[in-house]
Design a binder for this molecule. Structure first.
Ligand code: ITT
Length: 187
């Protein structure tokens, strides 16, 4: 079975297909014209907007992932603006570290809101996954994407970017949410 993954971010497609590779479900990209207006106020709202738009374009079952990094000392920022915090991934990290200069409480979490929509456009299932950690003082690691090089995973003395793909995919916010989606789909 194929499900459209309502995203333009190839890293998400890669991670999600790696996690579900034995399920018989293949997640595919929406058409290039997929460009939803992400004007929701929460991860959940934006996830719903993306899933509905991919369904409108394809008439297929769609799954959306809206995710981001929430930092306690920054009142939850960058949050839903994680992808838009600055121009490039490197500049986003630079801005984050600058905003946390001399800040001792570095607790943070990655959140991922997933929404599953039927081919007919009905909401089938929605859920959230969270991964706790803290923001490092400097970048470390080469794997993953986005804020992974500055996110130290709780209980591990490593950034997300130092974990292997396999290890990230066991504990990430995306993996936690996806497990619940897969349980729903395969029940
Ligand atoms: P789509 O909207 O097309 O899905 P996007 O990358 O813009 O792609 P989001 O709006 O959900 O997706 O923003 C997610 C951003 O949050 C992403 O670009 C990263 O900056 C950050 N992020 C999410 N998951 C992450 C992860 O596993 N590791 C590191 N950063 C992550």
């Amino acid at each position: 079975m194929q499900i459209v993954l309502a995203t333009s971010n190839p890293n998400k497609v890669e991670e999600i297909n790696a996690i579900t590779q034995k399920s018989g479900i293949e997640f595919i990209l929406p058409p290039k014209c997929f460009n939803p207006l992400e004007n929701g106020k929460t991860f959940e709202e934006n996830s719903f907007i993306k899933a509905k738009e991919a369904n409108r374009l394809t008439g297929m079952m769609t799954l959306a992932d809206d995710s981001g990094l929430c930092v306690d000392a920054l009142n939850g920022e960058p949050g839903i603006y994680s992808a838009r915090y600055a121009e490039t991934p490197a500049k986003r990290i630079e801005k984050l570290l600058k905003n946390l200069e001399n800040v001792e409480d570095r607790s943070a979490r990655f959140k991922c809101a997933m929404t599953l929509i039927s081919p007919e456009g009905e909401l089938l299932f929605s859920t959230v996954g969270v991964c706790e950690g803290e923001i490092a003082y400097d970048v470390k690691g080469q794997n993953g994407f986005g804020y992974d090089p500055v996110f130290v995973v709780a209980g591990k003395n490593m950034t997300m970017a130092e974990l292997s793909e396999e290890d990230k995919n066991k504990i990430s916010h995306r993996a936690v949410a996806l497990e619940k989606v897969m349980n729903f789909l395969c029940k």
